[in-house]
Design a protein around this ligand. Structure first.
Ligand code: CMC
Length: 431
């Protein structure tokens, strides 16, 4: 529980109300308004939750002004450099870094759950051949609740644990199957001798007719992309997972809700939208035209991969991602990739522009990730599914934290109603 040492006083028409001020371990203080409606008969108004803490959490911390992202206290730069995705999964799920034995046990548990129920193959075949892999994933992950009945009782901690492991283990398999289905290739079974990221590449790029050897440089880059996307405190999709879970819905349904929310271009869909934008720009000389369009409110156009609700200095994930883009493209022998040149020049021009400076708009994690993923051979439609499979551990950690919290309540925001007041139903002929 956060500490409460001070109070703030709210004055409404001369009547005062004391609001407890809660202090987090780090970050801004939080006014506790839980009793406000009962005492003062007023709601607070905060569309988009720009000033509202929706929960207590111990998982991830972001300092938007400093450009800092911590998983359980550890800076993302250190984890990206020294850790690996499954270790980060353990950290997010259980709160501490594992020792060697805990890590080995965890790896075995995840690895043993990578296959999906064979009947799920038939389920995939019900989708249109050209379905977007995100559409398939929303459906298939939701349908996991129909296949894994023994891990849907949210009141049982053991079932919650099994569901968590199943989701972390099977999401890469499901994402790869969605991809294979969309390009008309046979599904590839997981290979447990490979590490998590290497196995995902294998399931995406291997075909029965040819041996596929995982390039360690690419699997390391993929592992890093996964780490950078693993959690991001109470963003839109995580809040969706928590809200869905607050009604007692099973974890598979909740994660499917998170995937649906992530799909939007303002959130996880931005990586696909960003690469499409970079391709549309095409050459460095067209950048000023697009920057001008982004500044024109009437155009409805935004620079995709730019801006963030919380980061107002820089997105630390983008810094690591930019380094990775350089490394991967260099190693693939495409260091002079025209899209990377356009991206770097666009970043340079935008960061010198008064509009972007004054609004504190910086490249976010999605700005460079698409370039790396495309260089690896992924089509743009797979960018958001890769974000989804990487974020699954964050969603499930946040969901577990919420379910385990004795203070959990169903999420039920109120509203500022501005519609018609009560009126009587008129007969048809009088309208
Ligand atoms: N290009 C041009 N102008 C922008 C952009 C942009 N990318 N982003 C924000 N602005 C302007 C916006 O028009 C507004 O101007 P004004 O104050 O004059 O009305 C101001 O900056 C604040 O924007 P906002 O929409 O109120 O900010 P927000 O915190 O609600 O939105 C955002 C954050 C990420 C949705 C937004 O910056 C955006 O749409 N970016 C492009 C999409 C994108 O890259 N999303 C990925 C986010 S990071 C990955 C993830 O977490 O999913």
């Amino acid at each position: 529980m956060a500490e409460t040492k001070r109070t703030a006083t709210l004055n409404i028409d001369g009547q005062t109300y004391d609001l407890p001020v809660m202090s987090p371990t780090v970050g801004p203080d939080v006014l506790d308004i839980r009793k406000l409606y009962g005492q003062a008969d007023v709601f607070t108004y905060d569309p988009g939750f720009t000033s509202t803490a929706s929960c207590e959490s111990t998982i991830t911390y972001i300092d938007g002004d400093k450009g800092e992202l911590l998983y359980r206290g550890y800076p993302i730069e250190q984890l990206a450099d020294q850790s690996h995705f499954l270790e980060v999964c353990y950290l997010l799920l259980y709160g501490e870094l594992p020792d060697a034995k805990q890590m080995a046990d965890f790896e075995i548990r995840v690895t043993r759950h990578t296959m999906v129920h064979e009947q799920m193959h038939n389920f995939f075949r019900g989708f249109r051949r050209d379905a977007h892999p995100m559409a398939t994933m929303v459906g298939v992950v939701g349908a996991m609740s129909a296949f894994y009945h023994d891990s849907t009782d949210i009141g049982d901690p053991w079932q919650r644990e099994v569901a968590s492991i199943r989701l972390i283990a099977k999401l890469p398999t499901i994402a790869a199957m969605a991809y294979k289905y969309s390009i008309g290739q046979p599904f590839v079974y997981p290979k447990n001798s490979l590490d998590y990221a290497g196995n995902f590449l294998h399931m995406c790029f291997s075909v029965p007719a040819e041996e596929y050897v995982v390039n360690p440089v690419l699997s390391k880059a993929m592992d890093r992309i996964m780490m950078l996307h693993a959690d991001h405190e109470q963003n839109a999709s995580t809040s969706t997972v928590r809200l869905a879970g607050s009604s007692g819905a099973n974890p598979f349904a909740c994660i499917a809700a998170g995937i649906a929310c992530l799909w939007g271009p303002a959130h996880g869909g931005a990586n696909q939208a960003c690469l499409e934008m970079l391709k549309e720009i095409g050459t460095v000389d067209r950048i000023p035209e697009f920057v001008a369009k982004a500044k024109d409110k009437d155009s409805g156009f935004r620079l995709m991969g730019f801006g963030h609700r919380v980061y107002k200095n820089f997105d630390p994930r983008a810094t690591v991602m930019k380094e990775s883009a350089d490394e991967v493209l260099e190693l693939l022998g495409v260091g002079n990739n025209p899209l990377l040149q356009v991206a770097k020049e666009l970043e340079r021009i935008a960061l010198e522009d008064e509009y972007f400076i004054s609004k504190k708009l910086y490249p976010n994690v999605d700005f460079y990730s698409g370039i790396i993923l495309e260089a690896m051979g992924f089509p743009t439609s797979m960018f958001t599914p890769i974000f989804a499979l990487s974020r699954t551990v964050g969603w499930i950690s946040q969901w577990k934290e919420m379910i385990g919290d004795p203070q959990m309540k169903i999420g039920r925001p109120r509203q500022l109603y501005v519609g018609a007041p009560r009126r009587d139903y008129p007969e048809l002929e009088t309208r």
